[in-house]
Design a protein. Structure first.
Length: 263
């Protein structure tokens, strides 16, 4: 088991942000967390990464129960995170190569001397993700798509068991989005690759490799299960409160609005 949440609730400033979340992810599964803005996706990720502790409930990630077992640096390295908040913390003066290398130490910035093996791995990841040509460019000069691929490389440096991608295509045009999704697809297909949790509010980003989906609405699990059952006309019409249709093409869904009447 990669993670298990049992009756997780989070109260912040007198308001329940998450309510009675029950969710289990097994090794070998790739999941999508799908929900509109304000659904509680960021709060759920904060709990998964132990940036916030739940008000109630039990959470176990990679065999460690939060609140009982100390979160050692070794556990941090087993969770790779790509998010907008992380991007804002990075040092713009660092180049792409240095940022990828910093992932080996789970640090913001490169303060320790990397080994030759680490350097070789970082170069390999830069090549695999299509970042090698701009490895020596400062992070601040990169496009949004280039930055996101560098962050994925950073997240993969420590061979994480769990990779969390928090709306990684935000701000990308169609071409940059599809290039990034190709990189995600390659990682998802790796035999010994990490379990991936992909967070989005765009259904068309759901790749065929993501066979499981959790629908999050107003801080609660609306439904969870097989992606083809969750991303369906009936389930999503109930989820949105609006009659929608789902068109599948090459294993990826596209949503259409069937009627103008809101339920």
């Amino acid at each position: 088991m990669v993670l298990e949440l049992v009756n997780i609730s989070l109260r912040r400033n007198g308001k329940w942000i998450l309510k009675e979340i029950n969710w289990k992810v097994n090794k070998g599964e790739h999941w999508v967390i799908f929900g509109l803005n304000g659904a509680g996706k960021t709060a759920l990720l904060n709990v998964l990464n132990a940036y916030e502790y739940p008000t109630k409930g039990k959470i176990t990630v990679l065999g460690k129960e939060f609140g009982k077992a100390p979160l050692a640096e070794s556990l941090r390295k087993k969770i790779g995170l790509v998010s907008q908040s992380l991007q804002q913390k990075l040092h713009n003066g660092d180049n792409a190569f240095e940022i990828v290398l910093s992932g080996a130490f789970a640090s913001i910035g490169l303060y320790e001397s990397p080994t030759d093996e680490m350097r070789e791995k970082a170069i390999s990841l830069l090549r695999e993700l299509g970042c090698y040509d701009y490895a020596n460019r400062n992070y601040e000069t990169l496009s949004q798509g280039e930055r996101q691929r560098v962050l994925i490389g950073r997240a993969l440096m420590a061979d994480p068991e769990l990779l969390i991608l928090d709306e990684p295509t935000n701000g990308l045009d169609f071409l940059a989005r599809e290039m990034l999704l190709e990189s995600v697809e390659k990682i998802a297909k790796e035999t010994n690759g990490p379990t991936i949790i992909y967070v989005t509010h765009h259904a068309e980003e759901i790749l065929p490799e993501f066979q499981h989906t959790l629908l999050l609405k107003q801080g609660e699990v609306f439904a969870a299960g097989k992606t083809d059952e969750m991303i369906s006309d009936h389930t999503l019409s109930d989820f949105f409160g609006l009659d929608v249709g789902v068109i599948w093409k090459d294993g990826r869904p596209l949503l259409t609005k069937n009627k103008l009447t809101v339920k």
